[in-house]
Design a protein around this ligand. Structure first.
Ligand code: FE
Length: 176
């Protein structure tokens, strides 16, 4: 099976799981994040990272109810499939990006969904000023922050989301 087919079958088989107390399924959430990235006319790598940021929830276990370092699981799984670091590192850092934004933008923390506030504690809470400075210097920090903002915006149960097939050309271009 090609890497794109592997991702497609994961979305189809496990994507219907509820997204950690949000009003959308994990697949809907990720498709919505990918569509928001695409709307912002960013690189295909960033669109792919937005689309795939939570695959760790799908591959980790059948229970998506605990957080279980899904960003690491997802980044490793995507690396095995041949995705470049511009995709995998944005996925790996998207939880750190949340802890970063909570530290540097008070308004960000206030706007988080209640489920996201609950998981924040599990994820280590807001970064210290020192941690935030170190994070901002990472090569893929800006990409991870961008993914994080689409992630947070992609929880609208009323939005119409594209089908997985709409992203196949993007994924193929990134894997080439
Ligand atoms: Fe997410």
């Amino acid at each position: 099976m090609s890497s794109v087919e592997t991702v497609r079958s994961l979305f189809a088989s496990r994507g219907g799981a509820n997204y950690l107390g949000e009003a959308v399924s994990i697949a809907t959430h990720m498709l919505q994040a990918g569509a928001l990235a695409q709307r912002d006319s960013v690189s295909p790598q960033l669109v792919a990272a937005a689309l795939l940021h939570d695959v760790g929830h799908l591959v980790a276990s059948t229970s998506a109810q605990h957080d279980a370092r899904h960003e690491e699981t997802g980044a490793q799984w995507l690396t095995q499939l041949g995705f470049p670091s511009t995709v995998t590192e944005a996925v790996r850092l998207h939880v750190a990006a949340k802890r970063y934004l909570c530290s540097v933008e008070p308004a960000y923390l206030e706007a988080l969904s209640s489920a996201s506030v609950r998981s924040l504690e599990l994820q280590g809470g807001a970064m210290s000023a020192q941690e935030a400075t170190a994070f901002a210097e990472l090569e893929h920090a800006a990409a991870a922050v961008a993914v994080r903002r689409w992630d947070d915006a992609a929880k609208d149960p009323t939005a119409s989301v594209p089908a997985f097939d709409a992203f196949v050309p993007v994924l193929e271009s990134v894997l080439r």
